[in-house]
Design a binder for this molecule. Sequence first.
Ligand SMILES: [Zn+2]
Length: 97
Amino acid sequence: MTFYLRTSMSNMPSLRRFAEANSTTLGQECPACGQPFEKAQPVTLIPLGPGRDPEERARARQGAFFPAVAMQVHWACATGEDDPPASPDEPPQATQS
Ligand SMILES: [Zn+2]
């Protein structure tokens, strides 16, 4: 099931950009778009929350740092920014201004 929550980029948590999915998740489906994670496709982790751990839930309620359960999605799926070209030989997409 996919949930949608009205938001804007100014409300997004700051996301860390990773150059590509780690080797265990390469080829798996991105939960946002349903396409597989491929090599050289940047990804990010979307924090979901403290999960079931009571101590981490308490930390979350107190506003302290805690290790959040997170979901991996394509960087483009999280930010709307286009992926870089698939190969260095491929020219960047032309854009109209
Ligand atoms: Zn995606």
